[in-house]
Unconditional design. Structure first.
Length: 172
């Protein structure tokens, strides 16, 4: 299985995430699971806006990690994402977290994601989908990494506010 992290902190954040999921399906990826959406503080970015983050599980065949990343970059571009190297607000951010048990590092892509084990905003939704998935480098499962994480950034379950078109975090 492949796990993709999705994030957005500009515009209709939830709509951006849903459009990204649609883009994954239109790119012929089989989306098998979606995590809940979480509202999170920005980490490592100079931006006041909070993010919405989630993780999707995808089944792939005959696609390499590099080919998948190229498709993810195309989806980001189509949804208005600028330069991926710039640490600024973004309509959508798509990252390969795990590509099965693949371990690779090139100028273009590192798998598993090199900082996923340090980020609550990734591990919380990932732990809902794949708590027993073993990190191929750390040799620890996702839930173990998550429960022992030292990351002070808040991650709260997000739900739309009924009848008002606005969003709000919850504590679950």
């Amino acid at each position: 299985m492949v796990y993709i992290g999705l994030g957005s902190n500009l515009g209709d954040r939830a709509g951006n995430l849903l459009m990204a999921v649609r883009g994954l399906m239109e790119a012929s990826f089989v989306v098998t699971k979606l995590s809940p959406i979480y509202e999170t503080e920005p980490v490592g970015l100079d931006t006041p806006g909070k993010f919405l983050n989630m993780v999707v599980e995808i089944r792939v065949a005959n696609v390499s990690a590099t080919q998948m990343m190229a498709r993810l970059l195309r989806i980001e571009f189509l949804l208005g994402r600028g330069d991926k190297s710039v640490k600024k607000p973004r309509t959508v951010d798509l990252d390969i977290l795990f590509f099965g048990d693949t371990v690779m590092s090139t100028d273009f892509l590192t798998v598993p994601h090199p900082r996923l084990h340090l980020r609550r905003f990734v591990l919380k939704p990932l732990s809902k989908l794949a708590p027993k998935f073993v990190h191929p480098i750390l040799k620890r499962d996702v839930m173990d990494i998550f429960t022992k994480l030292d990351d002070p950034h808040a991650v709260k379950r997000w739900r739309p506010t009924p009848g008002r078109g606005k969003s709000s975090p919850t504590n679950s």
